[in-house]
Design a protein around this ligand. Structure first.
Ligand code: PGA
Ligand code: ZN
Length: 427
């Protein structure tokens, strides 16, 4: 039974305020969680409630914290923390809006996650085990996800200095999560050396990937492939490439405006450009390739490449079951990017994953560009049986905290641990 709910404002990886919630249970056990925050947000996302005004650039979350300490606290005290769905439904009803503007999506997701942490603590289990018991129908959670790791950061995470947002690698050929991390470290180092050799190393972007000081988008993709090869890996068999295009960010009035390439392409030309990249580079995943409302072109790309490439819906699906259903009807993508704060509660994020799974899609559970030391999503990957995990780059502790948590879980599983490896890519 929930005895107390405490909200406070803490700081995220961009130095902006965010909501932290602590939940205490009668008879001991407590949990804590922090809301993350996106920069390239889809239009259908739950709203981060911000104070506005001039203080802290308008990013203050005092009103969201106040919602936790008044309405949410009053509604949750006395409820069963083990009834996650009941708690989440209570939050949804209390808010009463589609975009969570009353309580704030940030207040809601921090609360929802903190309740899960408290319930797990109360049951004496780590969160991943606790969730697995409730979600995996008797199967023990034992599959470590394949990481999707950013090497160059662009788009809204690098002040638009290059158009595409994430240039990532996927070490699906490794034999364990630990080995996948080692391979990633070698690729990240090789990419750093490559930037040094070219005189292009100038620090990192928001998620820890190298700042994308390239002359064109394609040069960045080619450099990514070179870094994998320099590190001694096969891009076909061991470490694949992945792009988050985040195309809505550079779409203007019917055209894709590639500032870095000094070209604006109409939709047909943009489709041809993407098709060429997918044909010429060993890309195994591509996210948000078109504007979030253009299901027809997503469907055409999925039809053409979906048998060997994961077409990932982030802004396209915003972790909402209604969007996932619409995408399935048109076959607009084949993989869900699951970000719990896009929808506002854990139960709704789980429902999104379960719907995707029912449609035969893959799911990637994902962090946001604004993050903290919170590692809840790693536990969701294990406990919900999600085989892929995206948390940003291989630098900065808000990212490394997640990779390190997965290492600990793999160790705790001992010889029961399995690495998802190529399984999510066998189509
Ligand atoms: P965001 O970026 O957290 O800024 O939305 C991550 C992504 O687009 O996948
Ligand atoms: Zn994305």
């Amino acid at each position: 039974t929930i005895r107390q709910v405490l909200g406070r404002s803490v700081w995220d990886s961009r130095g902006r305020p965010t909501v932290e919630v602590e939940v205490h249970l009668e008879g001991g056990g407590s949990g804590r969680a922090i809301a993350p925050s996106g920069a390239s947000t889809g239009s259908g996302e739950a709203l981060d409630r911000r104070d506005g005004g001039s203080r802290l650039g308008g990013y203050g979350v005092d009103a969201a914290v106040a919602a936790v300490n008044t309405q949410i606290r009053a509604a949750l005290i006395g409820r069963d923390a083990g009834d996650q769905e009941g708690v989440d439904q209570c939050l949804v009803t209390l808010d009463g809006t589609g975009n969570r503007q009353v309580l704030g999506g940030n207040a809601m997701i921090a609360t929802s996650m903190a309740v899960a942490h408290a319930a797990a603590a109360g049951s004496g289990q780590p969160l991943w085990r606790y969730l697995g018991e409730r979600t995996l129908a008797g199967e023990e959670p034992c599959t470590l996800p394949v990481p999707e790791v950013q090497i160059f950061g662009g788009g809204a995470h690098a002040e638009g200095c290059i158009d595409l947002q994430d240039f990532m690698v996927v070490p699906f050929g490794a034999g364990s999560f630990r080995e996948a991390m080692e391979w990633t470290a070698e690729v990240y180092r090789a990419a750093g050396s490559l930037m040094d050799r070219r005189g292009r190393r100038c620090g990192v972007a928001d998620e820890g990937g190298y700042w994308p000081a390239f002359d064109s988008n394609e040069e960045a993709i080619a450099a990514l492939a070179t870094a994998v090869e320099d590190a001694g890996f096969s891009t076909e068999k061991e470490v694949g490439l992945s792009l988050d295009i985040a195309a809505t960010q550079f779409y203007r009035e019917g055209r894709y405006c590639l500032g870095k390439d000094r070209r604006t392409l109409d939709v047909g030309q943009w489709y041809e450009q993407l098709a060429r990249w997918l044909s010429e580079f060993p890309i195994c995943m591509i996210e948000d390739p078109f504007h979030e409302s253009d299901l027809a072109n997503h469907a055409a790309l999925t039809e053409a490449f979906g048998d060997r490439v994961q077409i990932v819906g982030d802004d396209l699906c915003v972790t909402h079951t209604d969007n996932i259903l619409a995408c399935q009807r048109q076959r607009a993508c084949n993989t869900l990017l699951c970000k719990p704060n896009q929808v506002g509660t854990l139960s709704e994020a789980l429902a999104a994953h379960q719907m995707a799974k029912e449609f035969g899609w893959n799911t990637v559970v994902s962090a946001r560009s604004g993050e903290t030391e919170d590692v809840t999503i790693v536990h969701l990957a294990l406990g919900w049986g999600i085989q892929q995990l995206k948390v940003g780059s291989f630098a900065r502790s808000e990212r490394m905290a997640k990779w390190n948590e997965a290492l600990r879980i793999e160790e705790a599983l001992g010889n029961k641990a399995r690495y998802a490896g190529r399984a999510p890519f066998a189509r």
